[in-house]
Design a protein around this ligand. Structure first.
Ligand code: FAS
Ligand code: PHB
Length: 401
């Protein structure tokens, strides 16, 4: 058995855990990351693709924005295709110049892992049987690695272990409340080394179901189709995927679409999920460990970033100013932004997807709502300001520095 001592123990080496580790390292705060999967597995995961400006700023503050600045694609608008017609939402024009950046979560993860390696920081990958203890008193973690038992004594535990992690599951039932909505469909996603169908993302509302045309670069595209939850990836050959995508597109996009072999194909379920509170004594939940959004609003990764902005500020304030103000405000601050992103993601999902069994009246109302949003400056502004990302609440500590 080996006993280790650190200030902050981080469970999970996804974007939330890695970004927290990087920000704590920059502030000289000791920490360890404990991850159940291998480093190769973590760095190969394909997920989100859109970064809000505040997320880009945070990655810059963490000192990991070199590749992002070189290869990230700034986007000032998105298109919404409905009734065979495309409508551009001028994100920048409607939000005093804000934009989003197309840069894959896979790349963000690799950039953070590389920075961690260069700084020679401690991560335990392929850790088994990770357990958290004493977070209402003297917190510690235990895990096995290569047949050796470890105990990590710490001041705080950051639960960055995702939706299926153990941290949220370790909280006594009477101390936690969760809210959930499961959607009756999934997203079939394809990654292919073909040029994108358009310079900007196209969100498609069609009678056949939702589709999304996204990208990772000028030569790598990411596409999604709404599919029934009963569908399996093996039901979808590349040919069938491209055919169905074309059926949901307008004529111009059908002509511009470049197809090719998929290099990744998967079906992700959609849910809205929130944990309240997000702090339990010395245990803090952040990212997917605390909340999940349907990817329609491109918020999942960005919410993980805002949680980490608040948590890193709070921990740095504690260690440098001996103040617990940020720590005590953490949960309330995160949840204010989380619920607004949950609402926006639910709204975009409701507006753009077909729900089995929706009445003709429901459909008419949905069409009218979309027509109003697309035809109104106020309607487009509400979509744009949520899509580019609502501002962080300035931390008293931040304001002081
Ligand atoms: P993550 O789930 O990324 O990371 C958690 C880490 O904890 C993982 O590495 C896991 O192995 C580890 N872990 C779990 N249990 C553990 C244990 N017991 N001990 C130690 N480690 C443990 N968001 C978007 O914005 N757009 C998208 O298109 C999009 N697509 C997605 C597709 C899929 C299939 C999924 C699952 C999510 C998608 N998301 C998308 C959301 C996604 O990007 C998340 O918001 C993002 O990964 C959140 O990062 P983390 O909170 O770090 O959680
Ligand atoms: C992606 O490129 O993976 C992506 C983009 C926008 C979304 C969801 C996913 O809303």
């Amino acid at each position: 058995m080996e006993i280790l001592q650190t200030q902050v123990a981080i469970i999970g080496s996804g974007p939330a855990g890695l970004l927290l580790g990087q920000l704590l390292y920059k502030a000289g705060i000791e920490h360890i990351i404990i991850e159940q999967r291998s480093a190769d597995y973590v760095s190969a995961r394909i997920r989100a693709g859109i970064l809000e400006q505040v997320s880009v700023d945070l990655l810059e503050k963490a000192g990991v924005d070199k590749q992002l600045k070189e290869f990230g694609l700034p986007h000032t608008g998105i298109e919404i295709l409905t009734g065979g017609e495309k409508h551009r939402i001028d994100l920048s024009g409607l939000t005093q110049g804000k934009q989003v950046t197309v840069y894959g979560q896979t790349e963000v993860t690799k950039d953070l892992m590389q920075a961690r390696e260069e700084a020679n920081l401690t991560s335990f990958y392929e850790a088994d049987d990770v357990k958290v203890y004493g977070f209402y008193g003297k917190p510690y973690i235990s895990f096995n690695k290569d047949g050796k038992f470890y105990q990590v004594n710490c001041d705080f535990i950051a639960g960055c272990d995702g939706y299926h992690g153990i941290c949220r599951a370790s909280v006594p039932e009477d101390k936690i409340k969760t809210f959930e909505k499961v959607y009756p469909f999934g997203w079939l996603g394809v990654l292919a080394d073909v040029p994108p169908v358009s310079d900007e993302l196209i969100y498609v509302q069609s009678e056949r179901g939702f589709a999304l045309c996204s990208m990772r670069s000028e030569i790598r595209s990411r596409y999604y189709l709404q599919v029934p939850l009963t569908d399996k990836v093996e039901d979808w050959s590349d040919e069938r995927f491209w055919e169905e995508l074309k059926n949901r597109l307008d004529k111009e996009s059908q002509e511009n679409l470049v197809t090719g072999p998929s290099i990744e194909k998967s079906i992700a379920p959609l849910r809205s999920f929130v944990t309240e509170p997000m702090r339990f004594g010395k245990l803090f939940l952040a990212g997917d460990a605390a909340h999940i959004v349907p990817p329609t609003g491109a918020k999942g990764l960005n919410l993980a970033a805002s949680d980490i902005a608040y948590l890193s500020d709070a921990l740095i304030e504690f260690y440098t100013q001996n103040s617990e103000e940020g720590i005590n405000q953490y949960s309330e601050k995160c949840l204010k932004r989380v619920w607004k992103a949950e609402r926006f993601s639910w709204w975009m999902t409701h507006l753009l997807h077909r729900f089995e069994g929706e009445s003709e009246f429901d459909l008419k109302i949905k069409q009218a709502e979309l027509a109003y949003v697309l035809g109104s400056h106020a309607g487009q502004t509400t979509l744009a300001e949520n899509y580019v990302g609502l501002p962080y609440e300035i931390n008293n500590f931040q304001a002081a520095s």
